[in-house]
Design a protein around this ligand. Structure first.
Ligand code: NAD
Length: 253
């Protein structure tokens, strides 16, 4: 029996891309998943696709992570239907330097709100059963990226927030683990322009893409599963590149 069998996950921004792939792999392992996204049309499509395969192991709940009420409802409904939560994946994110406030709202405020709600539902002193909060940062959460400084700042924020909570004694003693995934470029819509072409227009981004290459969604999903299975990675930022995964622990000054 797989390690995730019977367990319950909430994954934000899971209508497509990495979030969808993460949801699928957990469902395939016998997990129960609440998928949610701000894009209701694509969410509905993904729900229909999964529903035929995974039936009652699936809930779909539209949610904009910048809306506290909507995000709160995702957690409430999941717990009501499945009786608890074991894994929270704060995955929803955007990269749009022209709307920088929105980028901060979704990537930082959304992840912090999702983590706070996750803690409330996971911590043992509040009736939870412990578990993992996995925040999707980026390689740009650790290294600079000159083509997208606001995006990089937002991802640095996720890494800093996640690491800080991971060493909070209150969190540790309540059985909650906090980890960041930090992938380099992955082949999803976020690195494409509206017309489906890649961000080639941005010369600087292209230089980075040339240097790091573009990973498949499967390469990241493989690391995602290992991160869930590893009980000893609390506080780690897991760097994922073409060369593989590398757990970066919290640096000691
Ligand atoms: N693709 C990459 O190169 C790459 C690299 C590193 C990290 N990431 C991160 O991975 C995560 C997933 O991105 P992806 O690559 O699958 O891109 P994607 O654009 O395919 O998926 C992102 C999903 O998030 C949803 N979303 C956007 N704003 C939202 C909001 N306010 N509330 C709820 N959902 C919202 C979108 O509708 C979409 O379904 C993001 O956090 C992204 O920053 C991506």
């Amino acid at each position: 029996m797989s390690m995730f069998s019977g367990k319950v996950a909430i994954i934000t921004g899971s209508a497509q891309g990495l979030g969808k792939a993460f949801s699928r792999v957990l469902l395939e392992q016998g997990g129960k998943v609440c998928i949610s996204d701000v894009n209701q049309k694509v969410l509905e499509k993904t729900y229909e696709e999964f529903k035929s395969e995974f039936a009652d192991n699936l809930i779909s709940q539209p949610c904009d992570v910048t809306d506290k009420k909507q995000l709160t409802e995702v957690f409430r409904r999941t717990r009501e239907i499945y009786g608890g939560v074991d894994l929270v994946v704060n995955n929803a994110g955007i990269m749009d330097e022209s709307q920088w406030e929105k980028c901060i709202d979704v990537n930082i405020k959304g992840v912090i709100q999702g983590t706070k709600l996750g803690l409330e539902h996971l911590r043992k002193d509040k009736g939870g059963r412990g578990g993992l909060i996995l925040n999707i940062a980026s390689l740009t959460g650790i290294f600079p990226v000159n083509s997208a400084p606001v995006y990089a700042a937002s991802k640095h924020g996720i890494v800093g927030y996640t690491r800080s909570l991971a060493v909070h004694p209150d969190v540790v003693k309540n059985g909650v683990r906090l980890v960041c995934l930090c992938p380099a470029f992955v082949d999803t819509d976020i690195i494409k322009l509206d017309d489906g072409s890649r961000v080639e227009g941005l010369e600087l981004a292209q230089m980075m893409i040339d240097k790091y290459g573009i990973m498949s969604v499967d390469q990241v999903t493989e690391v995602f599963v290992k991160a869930i299975e590893d009980p000893n990675n609390n506080g780690d930022s897991i760097i994922i590149t073409m060369k593989g995964a590398n757990n970066m622990p919290i640096p000691r000054p």
